[in-house]
Design a binder for this molecule. Structure first.
Ligand code: ADP
Ligand code: MG
Ligand code: MG
Length: 252
């Protein structure tokens, strides 16, 4: 079992304190969902865990199997088994999608254990079929000219190919039509064996109709203010954030 622990995490952007003490423990095999209004720090949490340079950790810890993630370079974090699917995936010219994925897979493997081209292609074909992706997408430059929906699908393809220990999926459902949403959910569900844990950041309960979370957390004003099981997301859908604010007596 692997474990990702976020302890009392405080994060600032420039001089503005965004996260104000986030605590979260994710074990492999678990699906955690973080929901919360716009601007509460959800993306900040995932960016800080992955080591984006604009986000300064001012207090607290992030541990992966007891190792201090915050001391690792970004590429070390990826090699250690973390994967971030970004809200706005970036384009990388000159590197094809397939080249990127093969490099990412092999970066996590020892010299004598690199994945062969044959095995890579077999796995790629399999996963692209699952995700209903046209073959040519593997040979296109990374994210260049991909539509919003294609980028999201591609993130899930990368996830399935790279097989990280933990994935942070930030609004992987935004801008997806219902068919794409189902395909993306199918990919994530297929990943969920005992060796994989995921943090899903979403505004909407919609995605959680297809991916049943083990835990749901509500973030407001830089903190997790309430945690529960999948029913919490349904309650949120019914009552909106107002219901939670009233219950907790929050004036935010
Ligand atoms: P969420 O993902 O919950 O919508 P974010 O983590 O993206 O929230 O943003 C949290 C807060 O940080 C917001 O108030 C946002 O305006 C602010 N913020 C985000 N990025 C920057 C930035 N580059 N510079 C200054 N403030 C930022
Ligand atoms: Mg946002
Ligand atoms: Mg966000």
């Amino acid at each position: 079992m692997a474990i990702l622990e976020v302890k009392n995490l405080h994060v600032a952007i420039e001089d503005k304190q965004i996260l104000k003490g986030v605590n979260l423990t994710i074990k492999s095999g678990e699906i955690h969902a973080i929901m919360g209004p716009n601007g509460t720090g959800k993306s900040t949490l995932s960016q800080a865990i992955m080591g984006h340079p604009s986000y300064t950790v001012t207090e607290g810890e992030v541990l992966l199997d007891g190792e201090n993630v915050l001391e690792m370079e970004v590429d070390e974090r990826a090699r250690a088994g973390l994967f971030l699917a970004m809200q706005y995936p970036s384009e990388i010219t000159g590197v094809t999608n397939a080249q990127f994925m093969r490099a990412a897979i092999n970066a996590r493997r020892a010299e004598d254990d690199k994945m062969s081209v044959m095995d890579f292609i077999k796995k790629l074909d399999e996963h692209m079929a699952t995700l209903d992706m046209p073959e040519e997408m593997a040979e296109r430059y990374l994210n260049e000219g991909f539509s919003g929906g294609e980028k999201k699908r591609n993130e899930i393809l990368q996830l399935m190919m790279i097989e990280p220990t933990f994935a942070l999926l930030d609004e992987i459902d935004s801008g997806l039509d219902i068919d794409a949403l189902k395909v993306v959910s199918k990919g994530i569900n297929q990943m969920l064996s005992g060796e994989f844990g995921v943090l899903i950041i979403t505004h909407y309960q919609r995605l959680l109709n297809y991916i049943e979370p083990t835990f749901v957390h509500i973030m407001m004003d830089g903190k997790i203010v309430k945690s529960g099981d999948a029913s919490l997301a349904k309650r949120l859908e019914a009552e909106g954030y107002r219901g939670i604010r009233d219950e907790l007596g929050l004036d935010i």
